[in-house]
Design a binder for this molecule. Structure first.
Ligand code: SF4
Length: 450
């Protein structure tokens, strides 16, 4: 079936088709053939052809959407096993487990942690994205718990963890408008569970005793015409759970088997058995392979930063350096006498340098120019961190209005720029800083003592 080619004639080389988003039919077809795009994105295909081709060309792994509005998150949709092959598509999400057998005060504390433990790093919001609400034994308390979370002001998506279809039905009534995940379909209840979620197309979490049973169960559910699924590779042991998670992804992407082509949910709170440090260890492991939703017992300051950090590293393009925004950053409450320090916009450099300045407790204005997102020596060698670039940043950033100090500290590795900078910024005292960030606290203290 050839594509109609209607788009080709209307598009200039730099413009993408507003229907399919590609510059040519050929580019679109190649993406369809690789399974990265659905054939139905081209509105010029006949209905029969779409039906014929849809199954054969569907992406190997489905993208499942949970939540809505500000709390909408996409899961799955991956096309490769390793991030060095291609950038991974949808980052994993963190959930905190609340259940009807937890004390009210503990629930309040966990809700408060979700509200408090949030960061923005390199333009990314880092926070807990879901609450997993588990039914243990008391239906009334369970439904109250859901209402309590709903009225708490938390901006999160919902995961209902419940294997009792009757209780799930009532729970769904409370949050079905939030597009939750209904987790708990097993070999005994899957027909009732599918009936509950089908009408509103709510994603269904599927669990089984072992991988073979999970595979058969997914096939059974698919025969009922339902494919909005999230799979639980979990087992009683860490080793088996890890093996299952890897096997599911390999069978799906290497074996090209769409039965396992769904994102996953992992209950690390159970695997870690109440040990929060074990939860951190397991979360790093399953961030890499291959958890889509990682459920923890809490998200406090101990867990948060390492987990958010590793996720940011795994789910960003390794070829594109992470950059901080160009501008002026005040560290340790600088005032109009504080010196100015300049470094590059490569995020790793920025956070190492700013961390050492924080450690020194000395107030500093930090000026970040557009240095291409590389480290100090690389950007200097590439001609992106030159005297002109630094002088331009000082003038444009407005730092001259923030401080009367005219001390500008440059990285020791580009000491060679001092002369040129003295010519470009005659009012400034150009000071060569340290070659390694760890010496910054000592350097700043000695500078202040002069
Ligand atoms: Fe070609 Fe269809 Fe895309 Fe138009 S929408 S450019 S016809 S693939």
């Amino acid at each position: 079936m050839a594509l109609t080619g209607l788009g080709i004639f209307k598009l200039t080389p730099k413009k993408n088709c507003k229907d399919c988003g590609f510059p040519t039919c050929l580019a679109f077809s190649m993406k369809v053939a690789s399974g990265a795009v659905e054939i139905s994105k081209c509105p010029h295909m006949s209905k029969e052809s779409v039906e014929k081709l849809a199954e054969a060309t569907a992406p190997l792994m489905k993208t499942i959407t949970l939540g809505k509005g500000d709390t909408e998150y996409k899961l799955g949709g991956e096309t490769v096993l390793f991030r060095h092959e291609k950038t991974l598509v949808n980052r994993n999400r963190f959930a905190v487990l609340l259940s009807d057998d937890i004390e009210g005060s503990q629930i309040d504390a966990k809700i408060q942690h979700i509200k408090d433990v949030q960061y923005v790093r390199i333009g990314e919001d880092m926070k807990t994205e879901f609450v997993a609400l588990k039914y243990v034994s008391n239906k009334d308390k369970y439904l109250e718990l859901i209402k309590k979370v709903k009225s708490s002001g938390l901006k999160v998506g919902y995961i209902l963890v419940c294997e009792d279809a009757a209780v799930m039905k009532e729970a769904l009534q409370l949050v079905k408008d939030e597009n939750p995940l209904a987790y708990g379909a097993n070999k005994d209840n899957f027909k009732e569970m599918v009936d509950l979620v089908k009408q509103d197309n709510i994603a269904l979490g599927v669990k089984a005793e072992n991988l073979e049973e999970l595979y058969n169960l997914v096939e059974e559910i698919q025969k009922l015409g339902y494919k909005n699924l999230v799979l639980d590779p979990g087992s009683k042991s860490v080793k088996q759970t890890f093996e299952n998670a890897v096997q599911i992804r390999r069978i799906n992407l290497q074996g090209q088997d769409r039965v396992f082509g769904y994102p996953s949910i992992l209950f690390l709170n159970e695997l870690a058995n109440g040990d929060k440090f074990q939860e951190v260890t397991l979360s790093t492991l399953f961030t890499m392979k291959y958890g889509s939703i990682l459920v923890l017992s809490d998200m406090d300051y101990v867990r948060a930063l390492p987990l958010y950090g590793i996720r940011q590293n795994i789910f960003t393009d390794p070829q594109k350096p992470m950059r901080v925004e160009v501008g002026v950053y005040g560290i340790n409450n600088p005032d109009d006498n504080s010196p100015v320090m300049c470094t590059v916009d490569f995020a790793l450099t920025y956070f190492i340098v700013s961390g050492e300045i924080e450690r020194s407790k000395m107030p500093v204005w930090m000026v970040i120019p557009d240095a291409g997102g590389y480290s100090v020596l690389t950007s200097w060698a590439a001609g992106k961190f030159t005297a002109d670039v630094i002088a331009g940043a000082i003038k444009k950033s407005g730092v001259e209005e923030k401080t009367k100090s005219r001390t500008l500290i440059i990285p020791g590795k580009v000491a060679v720029l001092k002369g040129e900078l003295e010519d470009s910024l005659p009012d400034w005292n150009i000071t060569v800083g340290t070659t390694e960030a760890m010496y910054i606290p000592k350097f700043l203290k000695e500078l202040a003592a002069k």
